[in-house]
Write a protein that binds this ligand. Structure first.
Ligand code: SAM
Length: 292
């Protein structure tokens, strides 16, 4: 235990948050199942904080058998009422746990899941779960945290059901969330993997598993974009034209440059398509019928 005064914590206290009835928008699962190799081919999972069943139903829709329970009866189909801390054995044939657990005692839940000998434990948690003295002492020394899939977007639509039922307002999400993956057989540092809810299959260029997420910076507007070709220089036809005009204006007659502009003959029928891509008609050649 590290000594010293605790830093003040802003936010709703545990007593008010109660059981943390934040039901997860199922879209959060898409990047997890796309990116997490330990979930590939897994037939059965345990969801011991199932709530209304948002994650349960989405995982069952993926063809998994899901053993669901919650400390409260909250309406999840085919589920049991059980305090996870009193679970004394894993469901039959099941050694993988996937959930968004109550945050208040997430550390205790991870320790209990490891004590139950779950092989893989996957929890949706605030990214800030990585920090604090407690995690430094109780979580990281074990070394079982193997991957953190950080969600690029804020997970909107996740509200405390108890707060809403008491007349509270729905707020927008201020926290960054991530899927924390614990592998009982792993001991070492964790890998950070950025993932996107909007583009769940997208991967970083350094990720060996194709298809790669390619990014480029537009030479005209300097914004990043997804190039469709390796030779691409502009994010749109508009930017290509702007760059072209800017170049024409900046060239003075006294400067001799190697020609860098490209021109090509196209069939008349293809002119609209090339124009849409940002090519410009050269008036000197307009009206000719090369090769047609
Ligand atoms: C953050 S919500 C998540 C619900 C669901 N997993 C989802 O993602 O939609 C946490 C749930 O854990 C339940 N819970 C809190 N403490 C629990 C405990 N000790 N054992 C089992 N369930 C608990 C709450 O009732 C609540 O439904």
């Amino acid at each position: 235990m590290l000594n010293g005064p605790r830093r003040p914590s802003l936010g709703r206290p545990r007593a008010v948050r109660g059981l943390d009835q934040f039901d997860t928008p199922p879209v959060a699962l898409d990047p997890l199942f796309e990116h997490e190799p330990l979930l590939a081919g897994v037939p059965r999972v345990c969801e011991p904080f199932c709530g209304k069943g948002n994650l349960v139903l989405a995982m069952r829709a993926r063809g998994l058998t899901v053993f669901a329970s919650d400390i409260l009866e909250r309406g999840c189909p085919d589920s049991a009422v059980l305090d996870f801390r009193t679970m004394i054995q894993r469901p039959p044939g099941c050694d993988v746990l996937v959930s968004n657990c109550a945050y208040a005692d997430a550390m205790g839940h991870i320790e209990h899941a490891l004590a139950l000998r779950f092989r893989v434990i996957v929890l949706l948690l605030k990214l800030s779960f990585l920090c604090t003295d407690e995690r430094y002492e109780r979580l990281h020394p074990r070394g079982h945290l193997c991957r953190v899939h950080v969600l690029a977007e804020r997970l909107q639509g996740m509200h405390d059901a108890a707060h809403i039922a008491a007349g509270g307002k729905e707020g927008s999400q201020s926290q960054v969330h991530a899927w924390f993956v614990f592998d009982r057989d792993y001991c070492g540092p964790a890998t950070i993997n950025p993932v996107s809810i909007h583009r769940p299959a997208a991967r970083m260029p350094w990720d060996g598993n194709s298809p790669a997420l390619r990014t480029g910076v537009c030479e005209q507007c300097r914004k990043s974009y997804e190039p469709q070709r390796t030779s691409s220089r502009f994010c749109s036809g508009t930017c290509r034209q702007r760059a072209h005009r800017r170049k024409l204006l900046s060239v003075t007659p006294s400067v001799t440059r190697a020609p860098t502009e490209v021109f090509r003959y196209v069939r008349h029928a293809d002119v609209p398509r090339f124009r849409a891509e940002g090519w410009e008609l050269l008036s000197a050649l307009e009206g000719t019928h090369h090769g047609e």
